[in-house]
Design a protein. Structure first.
Length: 307
């Protein structure tokens, strides 16, 4: 028997538990065939960034999903540049030229809501019929549901936008994380006794939860390659107490930490919102609130090791 080449296609933004359930089904299927290859065909940039005139918001920055996919044992990850030209390909052209002729796919797994080809209007039965033209078995994977809701990138984005970080954690299989670099700020936090690391996002389109105060871990990536995590208090917002139309900032006060870390890469792992954004009448009221926020953050970590 010729070698089985079992593949799937997708953007895989977030590489969440729904995606991982798909990969698990592929592994189980491949176990029936000796020497079967497992391929994940994914895209850079995300297709929505090309197809939508205003771009899209991301769970993970582009390329970061490649790192997550690359950590999956037994899979070959094939990145493909997504362009308007590729988007114009019909599903049959894509199946023939990319899957059949280039990758020699024998079995194609589709996510429960996966559609590809110009317009992405075909039904599963259509893909199955097109695959048969080239000797390819097309299999629709089962979806994953948690608390009665199907796990998808769209659903997770909705959870993050509404600040439901615990629910997003469960669907992702990990806390939502913001990637960035520590840059110089106005140093107001230091003057108030709460120095913060101001984080400039790696990806300006990476999704942020609503403005407010959060419990988080700050993962610090040392220049030596060493990585360390610290409990921290996260603020996202426009600092309304200072007045004016200030830009939205991401500021992290690291608990029990006093070190200059400008220029270092960080990952902010967001656990739960503790307080919504609030405008205070004075910086003294703000200072008092920061003391309360710190106590609440410490209490959170004392009561929650992980969900």
């Amino acid at each position: 028997m010729d070698q089985k080449v079992i593949a799937t296609i997708g953007a895989f933004d977030g590489v969440h538990l729904g995606h991982q359930a798909l990969f698990s089904q592929m592994r189980d299927y491949a176990a029936r065939y000796e020497g079967a290859r497992l391929i994940i065909l994914t895209f850079v940039p995300y297709p929505a960034d090309v197809l939508r005139s205003h771009g899209s918001q991301h769970i993970d920055p582009p390329h970061r999903h490649l790192e997550r996919l690359g950590g999956l044992e037994g899979f070959e990850v094939v990145p493909m540049t997504f362009s308007a030209e590729l988007a114009a390909h019909s599903a049959e052209t894509f199946i023939r030229e990319v899957l059949h002729e280039h990758l020699h796919v024998t079995d194609l797994f589709l996510g429960y809501d996966n559609r590809f080809g110009a317009g992405a209007k075909l039904a599963y039965e259509d893909y199955k019929a097109l695959g048969a033209l080239y000797g390819m078995e097309v299999i629709q994977a089962d979806s994953l549901s948690l608390s009665g809701e199907i796990v998808s990138s769209t659903a997770i984005k909705s959870l993050i936008r509404s600040g439901e970080m615990r629910e997003a954690y469960h669907a992702l299989g990990r806390p939502h994380a913001i990637y960035g670099t520590v840059v110089a700020g106005q140093k107001l936090g230091r003057r108030l006794g709460y120095p913060t690391a101001n984080v400039q996002r790696e990806d300006a389109d990476q999704l942020l939860p609503p403005d407010g105060v959060y419990a988080c871990d700050l993962e610090l990536l040392r220049p030596t390659g060493h990585s360390e995590q610290h409990h921290a208090m996260l603020y996202i917002g426009k600092r309304p107490t200072l007045g004016g139309e200030l830009e939205r900032t991401i500021e992290v006060h690291i608990l029990d930490f006093d070190e200059m870390i400008y220029g270092m890469e960080v990952i902010v792992h967001i656990f739960e919102q503790l307080h919504p954004e609030h405008r205070f009448a004075s910086t003294e009221e703000l200072r008092s609130a920061l003391e309360t926020y710190e106590q609440d953050t410490r209490r959170y970590f004392a009561e929650n090791t992980r969900y």
